[in-house]
Design a protein around this ligand. Structure first.
Ligand code: 99T
Length: 201
């Protein structure tokens, strides 16, 4: 299988961490890709019309896009322990993934607003709105941090990748100061080999 990725993409990291936890990491060939919302990479667009990473080409030649879809696929190739098959546990895990991905969607959009958009076209209120999503989601995570202990699933992997992205792009936020329970959980989770070997940088 080939995965189009970049070391700075938290969505691609979710897939790499999932593959590692499922014992599939060696089956993934990493293809670096330059995803950009404006300067779209034609080689990537040929695989994924959205021009986004991650994108996966399976051994059968099928293209799968979006980290949630790719992680579900990897989960079915492995022993399936990252997503509970049914019941309340399934919805908890998927809802946690959605919350973490929502943090990432907002954080990546705000990042593009400053890193990509010309300064004279920036809209500060819009950036603040995106970052408020991050703030509100972190508060919700802190309320439920006690439920995360001991869980290795697509929900906790996504949360770990979201917190890692905040450390990488938004170190100035110092999110740990207001979220000690989340910080304590993350300190342990980030030591997993799957997380340590995929740290952005
Ligand atoms: O928006 C674009 O055209 C290019 N952006 C991406 O490909 C980002 C890279 S994160 N990926 C996504 O937005 C994927 C979202 C999708 N729902 C999924 O796969 O889950 C790069 C962040 C950075 O380098 O700071």
């Amino acid at each position: 299988m080939k995965i189009f990725y970049s070391v700075t993409s938290p969505f691609a990291r979710k897939c790499l961490v999932s593959a590692h936890e499922l014992g599939l990491r060696e089956r993934l060939e990493l293809v670096p890709a330059a995803a950009h919302p404006v300067n779209r990479d034609p080689a990537l667009v040929a695989i994924n019309p959205l021009g986004k990473i991650p994108a996966l080409i399976t051994d059968e030649g099928d293209v799968l896009i979006d980290s949630c879809v790719i992680c579900e696929y990897l989960n079915t190739l492995g022993d399936g322990h990252l997503v509970a098959p049914s019941g309340a546990a399934r919805w908890r895990v998927l809802a946690d993934q959605a919350l973490a991905d929502g943090i990432l969607d907002a954080a990546v959009l705000a990042r593009y607003e400053t890193a990509v958009r010309p300064e004279n076209l920036r809209w500060d209120a819009w950036i603040r709105g995106q970052l408020d999503k991050v703030t509100c989601a972190l508060a919700e995570l802190e309320r439920r941090a006690g439920e995360l202990a001991g869980r290795i699933d697509i929900g906790t992997i996504a949360i770990g990748c979201a917190l890692g992205y905040l450390d990488f792009r938004y170190a100035w936020m110092s999110w740990r100061d207001q979220h000690p329970a989340t910080a304590a959980w993350y300190a342990e989770f980030a030591q997993r080999e799957s997380m340590a070997t995929t740290r952005p940088g």
